[in-house]
Design a protein around this ligand. Structure first.
Ligand code: EPU
Length: 372
């Protein structure tokens, strides 16, 4: 059959932020063979490609995207018991939260704190998705990915993925080179839930549940409640709903800088998370508020979530330009007040956005690609 992509497909309704122009070409791919066919087609025409999953971490530029957008619809989950573990292979197009729900129902431990995160499985290794004290790096054993340069499939083990906080080899060393096709997780059958995040632990205790004995389902329900209270669950009826979740990565700074920030803010308690390398992770939402942007701050049709200062919300009629300008204003203010650089968490497609795009695929030069 001749490959025939759709043309001029509006990206705004396909992303949770809801802004942006159209994709020049667009195709739904629900099999590996169709992914390959689409990539070959684009290559023959010299078009660049972008992969769309759940659209929850993308700012689509107002001018749209001139290449081919490939929406991944590969489905399938396979649970295989091995000793006390369960190997779970999930195809990239599986809905992340449905997968987490099934692991919890099956008593397979390892993903419970990652409940309520929007998007699809294929996106999770790219930025090492994490929340409430857990990240996918802890359980991923293998990633199956298609190399867009060679059009060959590769199997990468966890070491090759070089996971770090909100980062991986895919994201920082070979951006846009691989399409994730499937991810394999090693989960622990019947193991106790991982309760490590203070807020989660406190909420469980307040509800009369001992964190060390909390059933997986209870942890999932509690995480969902915490996320809902912060408008970090996808909910069309939520006034803060049109967002990408966290708009900035939490900055990891040297100890001296963390101490300087605490002095500058002159508040008794600053959230700080010491890292194994001696540096300190700061809470970007906290910095944003102390730099003068209270929750709910508005700039026309864009603003901060009224529940969490780390989420930028695009209200009805907002543009990508306005979202990125607001992000840039926040970056400048946090830098001026605390000497800390905030880097965008979502990727920006196609927008020429100056400073706000730093860290996105449209700006800066990527480090040389080296294959592990
Ligand atoms: N805080 C503020 N003001 C705010 C928001 C937070 O002062 O408006 C303070 C909180 O009081 C707390 C600290 O900042 O002391 C951390 O806040 P929170 O627990 O909400 O977590 P976060 O660091 O803001 C990260 C992830 C979230 C994840 C939560 C929970 C990043 C960039 N974000 O947010 O991930 O759900 O932890 O684990 O690491 C996402 O990536 O889209 C996302 C929602």
């Amino acid at each position: 059959m001749r490959f025939s992509p759709r043309e001029f497909v509006s990206l705004a309704p396909l992303t949770t932020l809801g802004v942006g122009g159209a994709a020049r070409f667009f195709v739904d791919a629900s099999e590996e063979a169709s992914v390959l066919e689409a990539l070959s087609w684009a290559r023959q025409r010299g078009l660049s490609t972008r992969v769309l999953g759940g659209g929850s971490n993308i700012v689509a530029g107002d001018e749209g995207f001139e290449g081919l957008v490939l929406r991944l619809g590969l489905r399938g989950r396979r649970f295989t018991p091995t000793g006390g573990d369960v190997l779970l292979e999930a195809q990239a197009g599986e809905a992340w939260d449905e997968l987490v729900a099934e692991t919890v129902t099956r008593g397979a431990q390892g993903l419970e704190c990652l409940s309520g995160i929007p998007g699809l499985v294929g996106a999770t290794p790219i930025q090492n998705v994490g929340a409430y004290g857990q990240e996918v790096a802890e359980t991923i054993v293998r990633v199956r990915a298609l190399d867009r340069e060679t059009l060959q499939t590769r199997e990468l083990d966890a070491a090759a993925c070089r996971f770090a906080y909100r980062d991986s080899w895919f994201k920082s060393e070979v951006p846009d080179r691989f399409v994730v096709l499937a991810v394999t997780f090693r989960l622990r059958a019947g193991a106790a839930a991982a309760v490590r995040y203070a807020e989660l632990e406190q909420r469980l205790r307040a509800d009369g549940v001992a964190p060390e004995d909390a059933p997986l389902a209870r942890v999932r329900a509690t995480v969902l409640a915490l996320r809902r209270a912060k408008s970090m669950l996808l909910d069309p009826s939520d006034e803060n709903g049109r967002s990408c979740g966290s708009f900035f990565v939490n900055p990891v700074v040297p100890l001296e800088r963390a101490d300087a920030v605490a002095r500058l803010a002159s508040e008794a308690k600053m959230p700080r998370f010491p890292q194994p390398d001696g540096r300190v992770k700061l809470a970007a939402g906290w910095l944003i508020e102390r730099a003068g942007f209270t929750k709910g701050t508005r700039r026309g049709k864009v603003g901060l979530s009224s529940k969490h200062a780390l989420a930028i919300v695009a209200h009805e009629g907002a543009t990508a330009r306005a979202v990125l300008d607001f992000a840039s204003e926040i970056q400048t203010a946090v830098q001026a007040r605390f000497g800390v650089e905030l880097v965008l968490e979502p990727v920006v497609w196609g927008a020429q956005s100056g400073r706000a795009a730093a860290g996105s695929e449209t700006a800066g030069s990527a480090p040389p690609a080296t294959l592990p």
